[in-house]
Structures are given as structure tokens and as C-alpha cells.
Design a protein around this ligand. Structure first.
Ligand SMILES: Cc1ncc(COP(=O)(O)O)c(C=O)c1O
Length: 429
């Protein structure tokens, strides 16, 4: 090979959910019965009006370039939906359409960060925040989310960040939170507003789960005048409308920021395919009842998974306040078996049984503060969720007793020493 990769590319960490997904699909193709709870996707189909609108748009040949910031009618529909759903006063000029929510992490960092700027990230965190900060040569400053605060971000950590980092430039917030399911309270946000007042710090407010709040309600920093002027809030069709593969999302920000996002879109994606935008516009305008029904079904799934998991010895689950994730504390099991939590996840998928497997993620896939937890998504039908927990219970009980199952686990750990507790050297997050 000629030359060498950049230091950034060579050291890039990725979203482990996609790596585990690839393993799960390979095993499935080889005939294994794999229950897939690894990725934050939906078992429900694209809502009907969205699908019909896409067909109509394709028949009308809406398959060409469009404006980089998005189709004007779509941007208007987005602004109206934010008013309707969350009482937010947003105009179409404050909206930029992109390919999902994730791409806006890259654009946000490109818009605001210089090398050496400091960015506060609460951890466990969505795995692509850190790589996007590093992409700019900026410095991620990590603060832990603590179980005793229900995993909600502690404003004291923000105060310390502002006090100790002369180059403080941005904060990543994510509520409802992946992977812990925490939801910011109004008091949390007020504390953030008071601290950020009079600073040059920008807020990236990642809100893909805005319709999935089971306790309290969703509050965006956009609803506080003190925060609105320094916030880039990001939404997606992947979760609320079960449209992850359509790759469509949007950002809301002050107009000058949207103009910069327009340049970043222009120089990278060009635009989101118009027929995709038409489908998403129809979802906003006509698929509200389907979305609400999906949300209700997700809530039932989350309750089911929490109830079933809490029956197992060595596992403790606090019901998530939002999202379709369950973040289970499995520290006693990991300690007893001498395995990391992601090791346990991979053993359940690959090692424990030749015919059956369970795909989920170790909490460390979201940063070191997630160690000792397993994240389950609710991306399978209810009966498969129950089967998943039964399988987990069976495997853990079997390996905990001295016998062939324990010997099998030890053999597997010999082949995968990176998953022994104390030897965790995973580079992927
Ligand atoms: C917190 C968070 N941000 C961003 C994304 C990415 O969303 P999208 O797939 O719409 O780009 C996800 C998806 O799981 C997420 O959980």
C-alpha cells in the first residue's frame, strides 16, 4: 500500500452495535437462531402514509438533486411538527435536513471546534461523539453519569468543566438518553442554562428519542430562551417513525448556524434524496397515530423486558424514564464469572450455544463508565424478548455451576482473553 493512513483514521473508534450486527447476521445466515437486541432499531414497518408518499414521489421521478438544506415544504412541515408536538417556536429557516441524526455530530464539530477546544461529554455516551470531536483535533472531557442520579447529567460536572477548561467550547447532551434511558428534568436544564449564560459554549442536544418518554416529559433546550441561542438540537425519523434505513433527520438551530450547516451539507452530502424527504414529510403530517401506537408498543416492550430481567439473579434493572433501551446492571455476574460485560454479551452471541444466540451490547461500548452493564434494545417481537431473557438466565445459571458449561466458558475466554475482567483492551466503543 502507498503511504499511510492519517493518525485520525488509524485510531478511529466506531459504533460497536454495527460490528455486533454484522456478527449476528453472519451467524444467522449460517443457521443460528439469534435474537437481535444489539442495535437501536425497530421491529415495526415504515408507517403507511410515508411509504405511499415515497411511491408517489418515485413515480413522479423525484429522484434528482434538491436544495442542500432540504425541500422548503418539508422544512416548514418540520417546524410545524415541533410546534405541535413540543410547543417549540421554530421557523423553516431554522431547520436543516440531513441523512439521519448522526451526521449532524460531524457538522456540529466542523461548525464550531478548533484544534485544542474542550468538549464536555457525559458518559456512558453515544459512541460516535468522541470520534467526531477528535476529527477536529478537539479534546473530549468526559464526566460520568452516575446511577445514583438516575444517570442524569450532573450540572456540577459542567461547572467544573467551565472552571477548569480555558478552551471550553461545547457540551454534548442527549435526552432521552442512549444507553441508560435517563431523561433530563426541567431543573437540570435550568441549572445548565444558568451555568452556560455568558459563556462561548455551544450545546449539541441529541434528541432522537423525543417521542419515547415514559416518565416525565421531553424537554428540549430549545424551549429555554437562555439556551435556544446556543443550541443545535438534532432529531431523526429513525426512532419515532421506525424509518432508520431511510436515513433522514434534521437539526434546529439559529439561522446563522443553519446557513453554515447548509455549506457543510453542500460540500458533503449535497442533499437528502427528495423522495425520502417526501416520505418523511408524510410521516410528520399523516402518520402521527401510527407513531403513537408504535410508542405505546415500545413502552409495553420496555416494561416486559424490565420485568423479565429483574426476575434473574445477579441482574438489577431500573425502568428507563425514556427510550427503547434497558440498561441492566450485571456487575455481580461479571465479577463471579471473571468476564467483562461486553465479553458476556459476545459469549451470549457466539460462544454459549451452537444453535441459539443473544445479541446485545456491553455497557463499555458507550465508554468505560458503562462497564458492568448490558444494553438491550427492544427491536424484536415480545415473545422473542421473553426467549432472550430465558436464554440469558439459562446460560448464566449453567456457567455458574461447575460443569461442562463452565468449562466451555473458560475455553472461550482462553480464545478471547480481551474479555477477561481486568484485561479489557477493546478499542472499538
Ligand atoms: C443518541 C443517538 N444519537 C444519534 C443516533 C443516530 O441516529 P440516526 O441513525 O438517525 O443517524 C442514535 C441512534 O441510535 C442515537 O441513539
Amino acid at each position: 500500500m502507498i503511504g499511510s493512513f492519517s493518525r485520525f483514521a488509524a485510531g478511529l473508534t466506531t459504533e460497536t452495535a454495527f460490528d455486533v450486527l454484522a456478527v449476528a447476521r453472519r451467524l444467522r445466515a449460517a443457521g443460528k437462531d439469534v435474537i437481535e437486541l444489539q442495535i437501536g432499531d425497530s421491529p415495526f414497518p415504515t408507517p403507511p402514509h410515508a411509504l405511499a408518499a415515497a411511491h408517489t414521489a418515485l413515480d413522479a421521478d423525484q429522484t434528482h438533486y434538491g436544495p442542500s438544506l432540504g425541500l422548503p415544504e418539508f422544512r416548514t412541515a418540520i417546524a410545524q411538527s415541533l410546534q405541535r408536538d413540543f410547543g417549540l417556536e421554530v421557523t423553516a429557516e431554522q431547520v436543516a435536513v440531513g441523512a439521519g441524526a448522526k451526521i449532524f455530530q460531524t457538522f456540529f464539530c466542523e461548525a464550531f471546534l478548533e484544534a485544542g477546544d474542550a468538549v464536555l461529554i457525559y458518559e456512558p455516551a453515544f459512541p460516535t461523539y468522541v470520534p467526531n470531536v477528535l476529527r477536529r483535533g478537539a479534546v473530549p472531557v468526559v464526566a460520568p453519569l452516575r446511577p445514583e442520579r438516575g444517570f442524569r447529567p450532573d450540572p456540577h460536572d459542567l461547572a467544573r468543566f467551565l472552571h477548569t477548561q480555558p478552551r471550553a467550547k461545547a457540551v454534548f447532551l442527549n435526552s432521552p438518553h442512549n444507553p441508560t434511558g435517563s431523561v433530563l428534568s426541567p431543573d437540570d436544564l435550568l441549572a445548565f442554562a444558568r451555568l452556560l449564560h455568558d459563556t462561548p459554549v455551544w450545546l449539541f442536544s441529541d434528541e432522537p428519542y423525543c417521542h419515547m418518554v415514559w416518565q416525565g416529559r421531553h424537554i428540549s433546550p430549545l424551549s429555554l430562551p437562555e439556551l435556544r441561542e446556543r443550541t443545535v438540537a438534532v432529531y431523526t425519523f429513525s426512532k419515532s417513525y421506525s424509518m432508520s434505513g431511510w436515513r433522514c433527520g434534521f437539526a434546529v438551530a439559529p439561522v446563522p448556524v443553519i446557513q453554515v450547516l447548509g455549506k457543510l451539507l453542500n460540500t458533503s452530502l449535497s442533499c437528502v434524496p427528495p423522495f425520502v424527504q417526501r416520505a418523511c414529510q408524510a410521516a410528520l403530517e399523516q402518520d402521527g397515530p401510527t407513531r403513537d401506537q408504535y410508542m405505546h408498543r415500545f413502552r409495553t416492550k420496555v416494561d416486559l423486558l424490565v420485568r423479565e430481567l429483574n426476575r434473574l439473579e445477579g441482574i438489577t434493572v431500573t425502568p428507563p424514564a425514556g427510550t427503547f433501551y434497558v440498561f441492566a446492571d450485571v456487575r455481580p455476574i461479571c465479577q463471579r464469572l471473571g468476564i467483562t460485560s461486553h465479553g458476556l454479551a459476545m459469549y451470549l452471541l457466539e460462544g454459549a450455544d451452537d444453535r441459539q444466540g443473544l445479541a446485545c451490547l456491553g455497557g463499555e461500548c458507550f465508554g468505560a463508565s458503562g462497564q458492568g452493564f448490558l444494553r438491550f434494545s427492544c427491536a424484536e417481537p415480545d415473545e422473542r424478548l421473553v426467549q432472550a431473557v430465558q436464554f440469558l438466565g439459562r446460560v448464566v445459571a449453567a456457567v455458574s455451576a461447575d460443569g461442562p458449561a463452565a468449562a466451555r466458558l473458560h475455553r472461550w475466554l482462553d480464545q478471547h482473553p480481551q474479555y477477561r475482567r481486568g484485561e479489557d483492551r477493546a478499542t472499538s466503543r
